[in-house]
Design a protein around this ligand. Structure first.
Ligand SMILES: [Zn+2]
Length: 320
């Protein structure tokens, strides 16, 4: 029997709010024949909504991080994906893109792909792409060992949010990244604006020096979900979220969600990180939309009262 063809796998990593999903969107526009595995730390998956315009095989592992809590689910998921691929004469995809949670250390994922024998003969690791925000990257690297681990395993580093940073800040970050990951390629991108062809064709590392026993890390992050059953006033929600991001600029690492507003027919994608609420974007409507807004907050440690603060902001008339 011939040895099975190996399906290329690209791992997409990067800290909370560094622009992984924006980059993934960009990659899928260019390479639609990709199967996508998304891992989200929050209990309610949001990223799959942000990728809804792509008609690709999409699997989501949510409610835990891929390097620890939901790590055990990766092998069966990749086995099932491979079996589905193998059973079809017309192959449904040409590669697999795995987006880890923003707090994941890529090493246990690499360990699974390279050391699990059934998987390693059927998948080929093509590289680890890691996003780093030019605006908050240096601070994040200073505070979180998870971010350092991501940089350490990167083959390619994408420096995002260059439009939100000063030139000096970008230069300092590049100098830091050159020290931490001298061999990784570094590419600057504003708004995920990068040539996907170049990215997918980047030379990969031949050897990943995995530890003998990959330690399962313990993260100190918390996540809270807010669900709202009825459409909300966008100006009130915006004010409430901005005030929350401002008040907890250090601890509120990431907020994201899909909300239904009284002002728009289509669902609105809301994202924020590092004290900043990003401009909202309208998502395509779908018949399966249930009209319930869901917001996920990821924090450094536990932060109490976040969802209550948003609810009370929504109940307060908006003052201009
Ligand atoms: Zn983890």
């Amino acid at each position: 029997m011939n040895s099975p063809a190996q399906i290329p796998v690209i791992i997409l990593s990067g800290f909370l709010g560094s622009g992984k999903t924006t980059l993934l969107n960009r990659l899928l526009n260019h390479a639609p024949r990709s199967a996508v595995v998304i891992n989200e730390f929050g209990a309610v998956p949001v990223d799959q909504q942000l990728l809804r315009q792509h008609n690709v095989p999409l699997s989501t592992l949510s409610g835990g991080c891929l390097c620890c809590q939901v790590h055990g689910a990766l092998t069966p998921l990749l086995k099932n994906l491979r079996m589905a691929w193998q059973s079809q004469a017309q192959k449904p995809f040409d590669r697999v893109l795995i987006e880890t949670s923003g707090i994941a250390n890529p090493e246990p994922v690499l360990d699974t792909l390279l050391r699990e024998r059934w998987l390693s003969s059927r998948y080929r690791l093509d590289g680890v792409i890691v996003t780093v925000s030019a605006a908050s990257g240096a601070d994040v690297l200073n505070r979180f060992p998870e971010a350092l681990a991501q940089i350490a395993w990167a083959d390619t580093l994408i420096i995002t949010h260059t439009d939100l940073a000063e030139d000096q800040q970008i230069d300092n970050l590049i100098a830091l990244l050159n020290r931490l990951a001298p061999a990784a390629s570094k590419i600057q991108a504003a708004h995920g604006d990068i040539n996907p062809a170049t990215l997918l064709a980047f030379p990969r590392r031949n050897c990943y020096r995995l530890k003998t026993n990959t330690p399962i890390p313990e993260h100190g992050f918390g996540s809270t979900t807010l669900q709202l059953d009825h459409p909300v006033s966008w100006p009130r929600l915006k004010t409430a979220l901005e005030s929350l991001l401002d008040r907890h600029a250090t601890q509120l690492l990431r907020l994201k969600g899909v909300v239904y507003t009284t002002e728009h027919d289509a669902p609105v994608c809301v994202q924020g990180s590092a004290g900043r609420l990003y401009p909202p974007t309208l998502l395509p409507s779908r018949t399966s939309d249930d009209g319930r807004s869901r917001l996920v907050f990821i924090t450094d440690g536990e932060v109490k009262g976040l969802t209550e603060a948003v609810k009370s902001g929504l109940a307060t008339p908006h003052l201009i």
